[in-house]
Design a protein around this ligand. Structure first.
Ligand SMILES: Nc1ncnc2c1ncn2[C@@H]1O[C@H](COP(=O)(O)OP(=O)(O)OP(=O)(O)O)[C@@H](O)[C@H]1O
Ligand SMILES: [Mg+2]
Length: 365
């Protein structure tokens, strides 16, 4: 069952803390940095928020009035969990609508559909489409041929997954009965696998040198290498993910694939002044002032409590300094960069809409 959710209000206070380009108060809805892109591929180091960002980007694009298909290929049902709907089948399901913008020219929200792509179902569909193997395809499935074809060669598996994404992107009015989308967002494999995943020609090189399969792989590569595709990298402000982002960008470029923007996720609030941070880092915050503020707030003050708070302040200040160092490295990558706040309450559906508003107003969507 698919359900479309009503729209929560966006907490502007949280967004404002992140500051910079994402400040919704300076909004007048910036234009998108990627107006020509039909396929947004979201990659990054494991656990940095790829799935969250892909979902937020899909909602952000829908908030600009676009109809969007959000695809996942890792077989984990992350989209269903994030949008709080039943597990997705191999079929396009309507899961959400975008936020309405304040602007008068832009008051129709788009719709997000979601698709869970699995290689076996994609192969069956492919056989049915190109070889009209309706019942024969099902027989192949029974004999285990489909499983054989999709597990024996990892390259074939990737080509089936990307083939379905390609099919969704290039649909047009000639594809009767199939829904057309303004944009497709792919929650993609992590940085270490992304070039190989999209490089279908190489994956098939040993298998198909000529003929229709080779031709299809070439057509897919033409889309993936074109300005209609953007490969975005998600990172957090820590050394390893930032380094992996830099390496990933180099690999993607070397494969002739188009690099998009960098999303810096899980950003801590930047609500302390530089001077106060430096004082906290040195452990020189004013104990007496903290004690008297706590007393004024009717808190039972003990030395242990104040020590604990000073320790936390120092840790926070140290982490902020490390983050600022990593932020500079991200800036030096020279790509459009979008920051997303660390949502204290985790990412529920309301949180996804908050992140979507950040991405839209920051110009990524
Ligand atoms: N901005 C955020 N604020 C708070 N929590 C977040 C934020 N972004 C992501 N998370 C949380 O971090 C965890 C990892 O996020 P997510 O699943 O999107 O990462 P991923 O890169 O897709 O991971 P994997 O590599 O396992 O696919 C999830 O619990 C998610 O809810
Ligand atoms: Mg994920």
């Amino acid at each position: 069952m698919s359900r479309t959710r009503s729209l929560p209000t966006v907490r502007t206070d949280l967004l404002r803390q992140v500051g910079g380009r994402n400040d919704p108060l300076s909004r007048v809805s910036r234009v998108s940095d990627w107006p020509r892109v039909r396929l947004h591929v979201v990659t990054g180091k494991g656990g940095t928020g790829k799935s969250t960002v892909a979902a937020g980007l899909a909602l952000g694009l829908a908030s600009r009035g676009k109809d969007v298909l959000l695809c996942e290929v890792e077989g984990r049902q992350g989209i269903a969990r994030m949008f709080d709907v039943d597990p997705l089948p191999y079929a396009e399901r309507r899961i959400a609508t975008g936020l309405r913008s304040d602007g008068p020219a832009d008051d129709t929200a788009g719709v997000v559909h979601a698709l869970h792509i699995d290689a076996e179902a994609a192969l069956m569909e492919y056989l049915a489409m190109y070889y009209r193997l309706g019942r024969a395809g099902r027989a192949l499935d029974r004999f285990g041929v489909i499983e054989f074809a999709t597990t024996i060669a990892p390259g074939v598996r990737d080509v089936l997954l990307t083939g379905k994404v390609y099919e969704a992107v290039q649909r047009n009015s000639r594809n009767k009965g199939a829904r057309e989308y303004d944009a497709v967002v792919l929650d993609a494999p992590p940085t270490g696998r992304i070039s190989q995943f999209l490089n279908v020609s190489d994956e098939l090189a040993g298998l198909a040198k000529v003929g229709p399969v080779k031709h299809q792989a070439d057509t897919m590569m033409t889309l993936f290498r074109s300005p209609r595709t953007a490969i975005h990298f998600v990172t957090v402000l820590e050394e390893m993910p930032v380094q992996e982002t830099a390496d990933g960008i180099a690999q993607v470029r070397a494969a002739g694939l188009p690099v998009g923007g960098v999303v810096v996720n899980l950003v801590r609030p930047r609500d302390l002044r530089v001077k106060d941070l430096a004082t906290a880092r040195k452990g020189e915050l004013d104990r007496a002032a903290i004690s008297s503020d706590l007393t004024a707030a009717r808190v039972d003050v003990s030395n242990g409590l104040v020590d604990g708070l000073l320790g936390e302040a120092r840790d926070h200040a140290v982490r902020r300094a490390l983050e600022d160092g990593q932020r500079k490295l991200v800036k030096d990558l020279g790509l459009p960069t979008y920051e997303l706040p660390r949502l204290a309450q985790g990412v529920d559906l309301g949180g996804l809409y908050e992140l979507a508003a950040c991405l839209r107003d920051g110009g990524m969507a």
